[in-house]
Design a protein around this ligand. Structure first.
Ligand code: GLC
Length: 707
C-alpha cells in the first residue's frame, strides 16, 4: 500500500494535496468544479446514489489524477431501516445484536455508494442534561468499550472494502461528553487520570478493533481545543496507540479554534490543527490557508504529505481505486428489506427497560375489555425515529397505538386521545383523554421527549416530562384507573413523581421503525422486558452529573455519621441506578465462587455464580460483575463494572455464569500516572444491577521473590 500511495504523492501538486485534506458538504455547482480540479477529497451529506455516482465520475474521469472521493454520512442507527437510538441499543447489553444493527446500517449505506459513517459515537456521558447522551452507550467505560468494538465490527465487517461494509469513524475525540453542566460544545476540564480511565478507553477499543477514521471534537480539553491538541491527537492517538488511519475534524471545528481563543485567525487555526494531527478539515475551508503557510515555511511540507498519505491510505484500504461506480438500482433491493425490518424489531424488543411493575400490573391481557392509549407519543410515527435518523421516514414507523391495535383481541375497545402537547401548558386536551380513561380498564400513557429534544445542540436544564405532560399524567392518575407509563426518551429522565405514583413504568427510548410493535408486545406479554439502564436515572436534575462508579468520600463516618453527606434535600443515590432493569419473571443469585482466591498481579481469576429463574416465565437476565479496590495508590470508585453476560434462563431453571477476569483488568493509573495492578483485597459482586448482588472477595498478590 505504501508504494502505491507514495507514487501518487509524488505526482500531486500542493493544491491537490490540500484538496485531499478537504471535506465538503452536499452538492452544488461550486462543489462540482472543486471536484473537477482535485480540490475536494471527500463529501458528507450526499446520500442520493445518483449524486454519489455523478460526483465520483467527475473525480475519477475529469480531475487530473482521478483520485476517488470518499463519501461519508451520519448513519448513526440506520440509513433507511432506523434502529433504536444508540443509547437504547446500549440498554440491550446485547453485543451480537448491536453488531448486527451496525451491519444492517452499513449494508444500506454501502448500497447507496457511501464509504464511511460518522459512527460509533463513544463519548462517555455522566450528565443527562447533555443532549448527545442519546448517541452513545451511556456512563460506563467497560460497557461503552465493548459496544464500541461491536459497532466497529458491524460497520467494517471482515473487510471494510467489502461491498456491504463502510469505514467506521469513531467520535468525538476526545471527552466531548464531559462538557461542564452538560452544556453542549462547552468546556471540558478533567484530570489526565479521568481522561485515561473513563473517556479514552472506548476510543482505544474502537481503534484496536480496526476503526479506520477518528473525528476530532469541538470541545476544548483542559485548555486546548480537541481539534488542536497535540497531546491527544499525536502523543496518545499516534505515538501511544499507533493509529494509522486519518483524523477528520468535526464540522468546522478547525475554524472554531479561533472562537475558542486559541488562534487569531483561520490560518493560525489551520496551522495548529495540522501540527496537532488533524488530517482532513470538514467544511471549514480553513486548510485553504495551508498553501501559503507551507510557502512561508510555517508548516513543513512533510506534515501535509503525512496527512495526505493517511487519507489516500484509507482510500486504498477501502478499495476505492478499484471499486467500480455504484449501480444506484442496487439500493432498492437492500433498503428496508424484510430481514432488516425483522432485525430492527429484534433489537427494539431487547432495548426496553422495565423500571417498575408494582402488583404485576404488566403484562396486560390481550383480552382486556378496553384500553385508553393517550399522550403525544401514542399515535406518533415521527419521534420514535429519534435523533440522527438519516433517511428514516415516519411512514415506515409503527406507532404504539398501531402496535396495540394489532395485538389486542378484536373485541377490545381501544380508545385514543393525544391529551396534551410536548411544550406549553395547554390543558385543553386533558378532558377528552380523562373521559376515555374513566371508561377504560387500563390507561397506557405514552409520554416523554420529541426526537429533537435530545441529540446535538439539545441539552436541557429540565429533564422531567416536558411541558404539561406531568400534569396530564397526574390528572390521569387521579381518575383512579390503573395507569401504565411508557416513556419515550433520548436521555435518562427525572421521574420522581412517576416512580412514586404510577404502578408500572416502561422505558421505550426512541426505538426506531419497530417501536410500536415492540412496545405493544412488551405491554401485552409477548416480550418479556430485559433491558438494563446504560445510564443512571436521577431523582432530580439537581443531582446531575450522576453515575454509579463514584468515589467514596471521607464522610459520613463515625463522629460524622449524623452529617448529611451530599445534599440536605435529596439522597445521593439515583432514582434508578446504572444496570437496573426488571423482568416479568424473577432471578435469584447464588453460589458465587472465585478461584483461585489468591491471584498473581499478572494472573487471572474465574468468577462463577448461579442464576435461578424463580418466576412463572422464561426471561433474559444481564448478569453484571462489579469489583471494588478499597485501598489503593489512588482513590478508586466504590464499584466498577468489569464484565457482563446476557443469558436466557427458562422458568424454574438455574444456569451457571462464568467470567474469566485477567488481573490486568483491575489496573489503574497511580499517582505517577503509571498503569499499575496492586496487591490487596478486591471485593467482587455479581448481580442484576450496580446497586445489588452477591458479594465475595479475593486477594491480588505480588509474585513471591525468586528464591
Ligand atoms: C456534527 C456532529 C458530528 C457529525 C458531523 C457531521 O456537528 O458533531 O457528530 O458527525 O457534524 O454531520
Amino acid at each position: 500500500m505504501d508504494s502505491r500511495v507514495d507514487a501518487l504523492l509524488e505526482k500531486m501538486t500542493l493544491a491537490e494535496k490540500i484538496g485531499q485534506m478537504t471535506m465538503l458538504s452536499a452538492t452544488s455547482e461550486r462543489h462540482e468544479s472543486l471536484t473537477r480540479t482535485g480540490q475536494a477529497g471527500a463529501f458528507l451529506n450526499i446520500t442520493d446514489a445518483h449524486d454519489i455516482a455523478r460526483y465520483q465520475k467527475l473525480a475519477r474521469e475529469e480531475s487530473r489524477l482521478g483520485i476517488p472521493l470518499l463519501f461519508a454520512h451520519d448513519v448513526i442507527h440506520g440509513l433507511h431501516t432506523i434502529f433504536p437510538i444508540p443509547l437504547a441499543e446500549a440498554a440491550s447489553w446485547d453485543l451480537a445484536l448491536i453488531e448486527n444493527a451496525a451491519r444492517v446500517a452499513a449494508r444500506e449505506a454501502a448500497a447507496t455508494g457511501l464509504h464511511c459513517t460518522f459512527a460509533p459515537m463513544v463519548d462517555i456521558a455522566r450528565d443527562a442534561r447533555w443532549g448527545r447522551i442519546a448517541e452513545g452507550a451511556g456512563e460506563d467505560v467497560v460497557l461503552g468499550s465493548a459496544i464500541a468494538r461491536a459497532r466497529v465490527r458491524g460497520f467494517q465487517g471482515r473487510d471494510p472494502a467489502d461491498p456491504d461494509s463502510v469505514a467506521a469513524c469513531v467520535k468525538h475525540y476526545a471527552a466531548y461528553g464531559a462538557a461542564e453542566g452538560g452544556r453542549d460544545y462547552h468546556t471540558v476540564d478533567i484530570s489526565e487520570r479521568t481522561l485515561r480511565e473513563v473517556y479514552l478507553p472506548p476510543f482505544k477499543a474502537a481503534i484496536d478493533e480496526g476503526c479506520l477514521i477518528v473525528m476530532s471534537s469541538f470541545n476544548e480539553l483542559s485548555g486546548v481545543p480537541g481539534s488542536a491538541s497535540e497531546f491527544t491527537l499525536r502523543q496518545i492517538l499516534r505515538e501511544e496507540w499507533g493509529f494509522e488511519g486519518f483524523v477528520v475534524s468535526d464540522w468546522d471545528s478547525v475554524g472554531e479554534i479561533v472562537y475558542h481563543g486559541y488562534a487569531r485567525d483561520r490560518a493560525e487555526a489551520a496551522l495548529r490543527a495540522v501540527r496537532a494531527g488533524v488530517d482532513m478539515d470538514m467544511t471549514g475551508f480553513s486548510f485553504s490557508h495551508l498553501a501559503r503557510l507551507v510557502e512561508e515555511k510555517k508548516v513543513p511540507l512533510e506534515l501535509i504529505d503525512d496527512a495526505v498519505r493517511r487519507i489516500i491510505g484509507v482510500k486504498v484500504r477501502l478499495g476505492l481505486f478499484e471499486r467500480p461506480l455504484r449501480k444506484p438500482e442496487r439500493v432498492k433491493a437492500v433498503q428496508l428489506s424484510s430481514d432488516h425490518r425483522e432485525m430492527a424489531l429484534a433489537m427494539a424488543r431487547r432495548c426496553m427497560v422495565l423500571l417498575k411493575n408494582d402488583g404485576a400490573t404488566l403484562p396486560l391481557s390481550k383480552g382486556i375489555r378496553s384500553v385508553a392509549v393517550v399522550g403525544p407519543l401514542a399515535d406518533n410515527r415521527e419521534d420514535p425515529l429519534g435523533t440522527w435518523s438519516a433517511l428514516g421516514r415516519a411512514d415506515d414507523v409503527v406507532s404504539v397505538l398501531m402496535g396495540i391495535r394489532a395485538i389486542v383481541s378484536p373485541d377490545t375497545i381501544v380508545r385514543h386521545a393525544r391529551g396534551c402537547d410536548f411544550e406549553g401548558d395547554l390543558r385543553t386536551g386533558f378532558d377528552e383523554a380523562i373521559a376515555m380513561a374513566r371508561e377504560s380498564d387500563v390507561v397506557v400513557a405514552v409520554l416523554g421527549e420529541r426526537s429533537d429534544m435530545s441529540g446535538e445542540a439539545h441539552s436541557r436544564v429540565d429533564i422531567g416530562l416536558p411541558g404539561p405532560q406531568l400534569q396530564f399524567l397526574q390528572t390521569l392518575q387521579a381518575t383512579g384507573r390503573p395507569v401504565v407509563l411508557v416513556v419515550m426518551n433520548g436521555r435518562p429522565m427525572s421521574l420522581a413523581w412517576e416512580a412514586e405514583n404510577v404502578p408500572a413504568i416502561l422505558v421505550a427510548w426512541h426505538l426506531g421503525i419497530a417501536a410500536g410493535t415492540a412496545v405493544a408486545e412488551a405491554l401485552f406479554g409477548d416480550v418479556n422486558p430485559s433491558g438494563k439502564l446504560p445510564a443512571s436515572f436521577p431523582r432530580t436534575v439537581g443531582q446531575c452529573p450522576i453515575y454509579y462508579n463514584v468515589k467514596a468520600s471521607g464522610r459520613p463516618r463515625g463522629s460524622t455519621a449524623n452529617l448529611k453527606v451530599g445534599y440536605v434535600d435529596s439522597p445521593m443515590t439515583p432514582l434508578y441506578p446504572f444496570g437496573h432493569g426488571l423482568s416479568y419473571t424473577r432471578f435469584e443469585y447464588s453460589d458465587l465462587v472465585i478461584s483461585p482466591e489468591s491471584v498473581a498481579l499478572d494472573g487471572a481469576l474465574t468468577v462463577s455464580a448461579t442464576v435461578t429463574n424463580t418466576g412463572e416465565r422464561d426471561g433474559d437476565e444481564v448478569v453484571q460483575l462489579y469489583i471494588r479496590d478499597p485501598i489503593a495508590n489512588t482513590t478508586r470508585p466504590i464499584k466498577e463494572l468489569k464484565a457482563f453476560q446476557r443469558m436466557t434462563v427458562a422458568k424454574g431453571q438455574s444456569r451457571k455464569v462464568v467470567f474469566e477476569l485477567p488481573a490486568a483488568d483491575l489496573s489503574f493509573y497511580d499517582t505517577e500516572m503509571k498503569l499499575v495492578v496492586e496487591p490487596g483485597t478486591i471485593q467482587v459482586w455479581v448481580g442484576p444491577s450496580s446497586a445489588e448482588g452477591i458479594e465475595e472477595s479475593f486477594e491480588l498478590v505480588a509474585a513471591e521473590p525468586a528464591r
